[in-house]
Design a binder for this molecule. Structure first.
Ligand code: AMP
Ligand code: GLY
Length: 427
């Protein structure tokens, strides 16, 4: 069979790499892909936001399965467009994708289903939001733009002034465009974050292993939020008991709530969690795999992922299928460009990828890369996701950093503490 993957990041590289290993698959295409993806799939120059172009390409090539990597096309309704043409697509329709596309929608659904989440209020009027922060809110608050903002529309305010400033930035100065029509102001939760990623066929859920992202730019979780500077799996903060709580309190009520709202949700359900003393609380839902969590999850994934995606895309059931993970942990360290998470410098020559990839158990996933004169050059904010497996977490971390040390490009920066939090809690 032939599979099309939509997207161009490290997550999509990991997806293409994994899908290409399936004995069911003859050919993998990726639109638009990147220089590293081109080694595992045929890249075609169609942007992930060009629904009409993608649809035409998929129809012409009669793909058996299309896997949508990023959220924006899902929120824009690409899955509905493919389904209307009878093309099997892995990813929810636009209504389901509102779970990620609108914080207010997600919060309302959570409160209707009794899913634990921070207490919140939604405002479409900046002066009402300000008044709430000044007079009513207790303790520290988090201010969130209501629409998609590439992981950057959230301000965890340490002071009342910071919260007011965030409202000003988002609603008055429109720092995130139309996402600033509304804000969600919510209570700040204390705990440790984890990602819980699962596949849903509308009824049944299969979960991947737990994982943890590192959202802040700098070591010790300092600096601004980014798309994610590294990840590891499993996350020991999600032990067997906690996993049970996540299924009982979050995932099952969510699947029920979506059904009750008349939404047949087929695709990835990703719960961004805060693990607190009182159990899991949901910070956000996403409707696609995490980036960079996908990289360690898929190198650990011992099952063929294609039958699962295909069943979901065809409207079937995953009840008899499984997603198994190997016992050894995996770690992904993101190497980013000068300027990231702000505007970045592109076109810098990358050295050492081949040497890094020679290390046993290391896979270098590409994100913002392209080819110039047959050499890899930087082409985005997050450039590479250097991923390693090991028998122990410490071993996987050491291997990932030893691979990173072989790679260089001008302005390259990365966190030195990926996975550190979990050491001591893991063998
Ligand atoms: P979100 O996009 O909603 O997941 O928010 C981005 C990041 O902001 C999260 O990964 C957390 O680090 C932080 N955050 C969001 N909501 C809260 C909250 N209620 N309490 C503490 N931190 C939060
Ligand atoms: N790594 C966080 C995300 O994909 O949203």
């Amino acid at each position: 069979m032939r599979v099309l993957v939509i997207g161009s990041g490290g997550r999509e590289h990991a997806l293409c790499w994994k899908i290409a290993q399936s004995p069911l698959v003859d050919e993998v295409f990726c639109a638009p892909g990147n220089a590293g993806i081109a080694e595992d799939a045929v890249c075609v120059d169609i942007g992930s936001d060009d629904t009409a172009g993608l649809l035409r390409f998929a129809k012409d090539n009669a793909f058996d399965l299309t896997v949508v990597g990023p959220e924006a096309p899902l929120v824009g309704g690409i899955a509905d467009a493919f389904l209307a043409e009878g093309l099997p697509v892995f990813g929810p329709g636009a209504t389901g994708a509102m779970l990620e596309g609108s914080k207010a929608f997600a919060k309302d659904l959570m409160s209707r289903c009794g899913i634990p989440t921070a207490a919140y209020r939604t405002f479409s009027d900046a002066s009402k939001a300000r008044e709430y922060v000044e007079k009513e809110a207790r303790g520290n608050v988090v201010v969130k733009a209501d629409g998609l903002a590439a992981g950057k529309g959230v301000v965890v305010a340490r002071t009342r002034e910071e919260a007011l400033q965030a409202i000003e930035e988002i609603m008055a100065r429109r720092a995130f465009g139309a996402a600033g029509d509304r804000v969600v102001v919510e209570e700040m939760l204390e705990g440790e974050e984890a990602s819980f990623i699962a596949v849903c066929d509308g009824e049944n859920v299969l979960s991947f292993a737990s994982s943890q992202d590192h959202k802040r730019l700098l070591d010790n979780d300092e600096g601004p939020n980014t798309g994610g500077m590294g990840a590891y799996s499993p996350a020991p903060v999600v032990d067997v008991r906690m996993e049970g709580l996540v299924m009982d309190r979050v995932i099952e009520p969510l699947v029920w709530g979506l059904k009750k709202a008349g939404i047949t949700y087929r695709g990835v359900l990703y719960a961004g969690l805060m693990i607190t003393d009182e159990g899991p609380f949901v910070l956000e839902f996403n409707v696609r795999m995490g980036d960079p969590e996908t990289q360690p999850l898929l190198v650990r994934c011992a099952s063929d992922i294609v039958p699962v995606m295909l069943e979901v895309a065809r409207g079937g059931s995953v009840k008899s299928l499984r997603i198994d993970s190997s016992a050894g942990p995996a770690v992904c360290v993101v190497a980013a460009s000068e300027g990231y998470p702000g505007p970045v410098v592109k076109g810098r020559v990358i050295e050492g990828i081949e040497e890094a990839a020679k290390i046993e158990g290391v896979k270098v996933f590409h994100a913002g890369t392209t080819l110039r004169d047959k050499r890899f050059v930087t082409n985005g904010g997050r450039v590479l996701g250097v991923t390693a497996t090991g028998d122990t977490l410490t071993g996987a971390i050491a291997k990932a950093y030893s691979a990173v040390s072989k790679i260089s490009f001008e302005g390259m920066h990365y966190r030195r503490d990926i996975g550190k939090k979990a050491i001591g809690r893991m063998p």
